[in-house]
Design a protein around this ligand. Structure first.
Ligand code: PLP
Length: 486
């Protein structure tokens, strides 16, 4: 995404700002217990489910029966998967010793319920770029969630997952002409723009499109600001709309993005004020807008201090109602990390190689101390910088590895035993031949061996999506659990 130093700092501080992060499964607030086989929804949400007041289309009445065959919890899914890769001599032709994710559809469901409960007027269009897991996309489509796509591949994926063209916003202000042509052929008409050049392009390739003017808003309170790349400044709005008018293009509304990982709920308020202003400007030019897109920037459920989703919703919901009282204005959003950045995704990585570090000193060989005191290790994992860790590394996200399986014993969600607590200094490498492929240069981990496994929780936002296959190493596959099974 971005590698500008100051932006990275921002992200770093965001993720370190939770002094003592308590990982909060967002559904707790909505009292359905993920650990139970049968989830019970609180009355308020049940009523909301029934309520017709929500704008979200209840395509399949929230229950996705096709997913009921998945393991009922993440641990079970992990154990099933690892049971197949236990030993060197087992038939491992499917490379079952490769890294994998567990995606929990129950968490997606839970986040969706929370969204509907706290922002009932705003329709979520999931930002596919954040994690294009095909099963998650299908699941979200079955819940009636719409999609924000940025490329032809994303558009195709979403269409093939059962979404209707009118459930998609092509939210890329600068579109590759052939992709725009694809959108036209498939009646994917809702799309953003922020420049005159794009208007001319759209006029040529898809003059019937429904255009949404992406405006620049204050994104300085975010981990990853996007305004330096996209968003029309206020002073350009009038001439853009005038040109659209001259070209007889159908501009239907306004979108904005306060930046990913927004750290100030008020930013949404000010952005809505600005959007209102643009609606009024458009009115003066003869346009009657009926769509407001409040973008992304909503935090995942693991953000429990500061700018929580709850806080943003408490500011944004009333702001939208105050400034856009007419229900003729449809309001959508493009949440990405909100859905997939929390407990929904766990990455499991295996140790495929280990080297005990023997320092080269001035000619003499360094004896490894017998009692292990200063032993250092290099661990080589089956996923690395060129895989799942590419964007997290660029964003300088603090990584927290936990021991998943050691000597055949599972520690998922548990502490290691006392006598195994000793931590050794180590470097954690990815699998490729490149020395840039370093995940952490100075970690502390218990003594681990080839065949042991680690895991990282809350690792679904902007991780798998950017993985490469450099050096022939496959991207980590995703298996699924569903903690919400009726
Ligand atoms: C246009 C657009 N919409 C939505 C998103 C999703 O943002 P977030 O994951 O912060 O919700 C992004 C992220 O870059 C984006 O560029």
């Amino acid at each position: 995404m971005l590698n500008n130093e100051s932006l990275l700092e921002g992200f770093h501080s965001l993720h370190n700002s939770h002094d003592n992060p308590t990982y909060n499964r967002g559904c707790n607030d909505y009292s359905y217990n993920n650990t139970k086989e049968t989830a019970s929804l609180p009355t308020a949400i049940k009523q909301q489910e029934k309520s017709k007041s929500s704008n979200i289309s209840n395509k399949s009445d929230i229950t996705c029966t096709t997913t009921s065959t998945y393991p009922k919890n993440v641990e079970e899914a992990i154990k099933q998967r690892l049971a197949k890769s236990l030993s060197f001599d087992s038939d491992n032709s499917d490379d079952l010793d490769s890294a994998f994710y567990v995606g929990d559809l129950g968490e997606l469901h839970c986040q969706h319920l929370k969204w509907k409960s706290l922002l009932p007027r705003i329709e979520p269009f999931y930002a596919v770029k954040c994690n294009p897991d095909p099963v998650a996309i299908k699941y979200l489509a079955s819940l009636g969630v719409g999609f924000d796509c940025a490329s032809k591949t994303e558009l195709q994926q979403v269409i093939n997952s059962g979404a209707n063209a009118n459930q998609i916003i092509y939210a890329q202000p600068t579109k590759q002409p052939s992709f725009l042509h694809y959108a036209a052929q498939n009646n994917i008409s809702l799309m953003t723009f922020d420049s005159k050049e794009e208007l001319y392009k759209i006029n040529e390739l898809y003059p019937k499109a429904k255009l949404v003017l992406r405006i620049l808003v204050d994104d300085t309170h975010s981990a990853i600001p996007l305004g330096r790349k996209y968003g029309a400044p206020l002073k350009s709005i009038e001439s853009l709309l005038q040109l659209a008018k001259e070209l007889k293009l159908n501009v239907v509304g306004v979108s904005f993005h306060v930046g990913s990982g927004c750290t100030n709920a008020e930013a949404f308020y000010h952005a809505v004020v600005r959007a209102r202003h643009v609606f009024d400007q458009a009115k003066a030019l003869g346009y009657t807008f009926d769509l407001l897109d409040v973008g992304g920037g909503f935090n995942e459920s693991t953000v429990v201090h500061g700018t929580t989703f709850e806080k943003v919703a408490a500011v944004l919901g009333p702001a939208v109602d105050e400034m856009f009282p007419s229900k003729n204005v449809r309001v959508i959003a493009e949440p990405g990390r909100y859905y997939v950045g929390g407990p929904a995704y766990t990455l499991c990585v295996g140790i495929v190689g280990r080297r005990t570090v023997e320092e080269d000193n001035d000619g003499g060989s360094h004896q490894i101390d017998q009692d292990n005191k200063n032993r250092k290790y290099m661990y080589y994992l089956n996923d690395g910088f060129y895989g799942s860790f590419l964007m997290p590394s660029l964003d300088k996200i603090k990584l927290s590895f936990k021991v998943l399986r050691k000597n055949g014993e599972y520690f998922y969600g548990r502490q290691l035993k006392e006598d195994e607590e000793k931590r050794y200094s180590c470097t954690i490498w990815g699998p490729t031949g490149c020395s840039l492929d370093c995940i952490i240069s100075d970690a502390l981990l218990p003594e681990l061996n080839v065949g042991d496994w680690l895991y990282i929780e809350n690792f679904g936002a902007y991780t798998a999506t950017a993985a490469t296959t450099f050096n022939g190493f496959e991207k980590a596959k995703i298996i699924h659990a569903n903690t919400h099974q009726n």
